[in-house]
Design a protein around this ligand. Sequence first.
Ligand SMILES: NC(=O)c1ccc[n+]([C@@H]2O[C@H](COP(=O)([O-])OP(=O)(O)OC[C@H]3O[C@@H](n4cnc5c(N)ncnc54)[C@H](OP(=O)(O)O)[C@@H]3O)[C@@H](O)[C@H]2O)c1
Length: 356
Amino acid sequence: MNVAKGIGASAAILGASALLLRHSISRKWIDYRACQRDLDLNDKVYVITGGNTGLGYETAKDLAERGATVVIACRDMEKGFEAMESIMKATGNPDVECLELDLCSLASVREFVKTIQSHRQYSTIDGLILNAGVWVPPAETATSDDADESEPLASSPTKTQDGYEIHFGVNHLGHFFLANSLVENVKKSGDGRIVFVASSLLKSGKLNFEAYDHIYSARQIPPGEKKGFAPPAYCDSKLFNALTCKQLATILPPEVTTYSVCPGFCRSELGRHANLGMVKKMLATPIMRLIQRTTTQGAQNIVFCALEDKKNLKSGACYADGEISKKLAKHVDSFGIMGPKSVWSVSDMLVKDAAK
Ligand SMILES: NC(=O)c1ccc[n+]([C@@H]2O[C@H](COP(=O)([O-])OP(=O)(O)OC[C@H]3O[C@@H](n4cnc5c(N)ncnc54)[C@H](OP(=O)(O)O)[C@@H]3O)[C@@H](O)[C@H]2O)c1
């Protein structure tokens, strides 16, 4: 009888602990605030990079659901058309278009801009959502003892077609060029937004063009220093997103606002280049399942920055879960006014030739 009672009590304690753990994990990692604004976006136009999958797809779907005209900008047109059809079918909105954009190539960005500008229905853009992104683990992290740890797959790209470091080129520079090229279209909206999809990993991002070759080769962690799980160049590129956003806010007229946003840790294809190996994958998957959001949930953070009444928002700030993230702002602000300016002037110089 006593043994049975003991087992019952232990089971109850275990169950309660599991519930408490789940509750605190949920509060920290999973809880999100769905965008509460119920707007009819019938006459609005949104352009979303990387809209064929993950957070970009879910953002596009949400905006299409609300009646907006949505352009998904994709590098793989087959995947793009499939996503376009799937969004049309799910929302019943026929005004979804897929246009080609490869952020690995500034020439492709220029062509995309030309295409947008040649379509009269896109002459005004209400929201430009800079979402596409890559995550490529550095090859240097592989060791002979554990040869496949974080090693990129053979096909993992490390440079863009223009020779820039892949995270710098795709996550930052291509978007910098795109935002600057389409800013006049966004100005015409009257309540135009440019939303940078950054990441809380920007906290590990560094900025020092003298100490690091941010532009052409991935920042290395010095031997003996602790390696985080994220590629340093990924973190830097996300910091550059937030710094670009901050600088852009100082230049834009009041009718255009800009925000950077962390969508939270989401289950997507972002880790496709990471080769964890079978055993680590098996161990990691259940933990990931516990702490990751779905992309539908994460996309609400992006939708929030695209739709929330701008009276409640601060242009240039970095948002997470419907509010300015103090932690991220602290890191972004630690670079003073020169941080955003230096990212801007270096990037501006790099895209000058491509703009011609
Ligand atoms: N998932 C997370 O936990 C998380 C957390 C914080 C921030 N983020 C950020 O959220 C954004 C979306 O990521 P996700 O999680 O949805 O990842 P995802 O599922 O891998 O989606 C990334 C999108 O970017 C596109 N893309 C990649 N390289 C491109 C290029 N050269 N040109 C044009 N498009 C390109 C991909 O196209 P293909 O399908 O053709 O490759 C895909 O559509 C990224 O900026 C990421 O850094 C994600």
